[in-house]
Design a binder for this molecule. Sequence first.
Ligand code: ADP
Ligand code: MG
Length: 64
Amino acid sequence: MQTVLVASSKGGAGKTTLATHLAAQFALDGKRTVPDPQGSSTRWCQRRAALDSAVLPIDGSRRN
Ligand SMILES: Nc1ncnc2c1ncn2[C@@H]1O[C@H](COP(=O)(O)OP(=O)(O)O)[C@@H](O)[C@H]1O
Ligand SMILES: [Mg+2]
């Protein structure tokens, strides 16, 4: 499994936005994608759940 890390120490730099869009493009390419254990892009993912480019969000507040 290849891992893509989007990192910056600064808040509001666009990490969540970039990671979510990368995940959506990978999904369009037929890859299984899961972004954002922090949960910031969960609503974005939920609104697009029926699309071919759907991205599965993870609830990072749960241990398992
Ligand atoms: N390339 C961009 N152009 C314009 N606005 C952007 C861009 N990337 C992110 N934003 C906006 O900046 C804000 C912070 O982005 P976000 O991805 O939540 O940052 P982070 O995860 O690093 O805290 C959001 O309102 C987002 O819509
Ligand atoms: Mg974020």
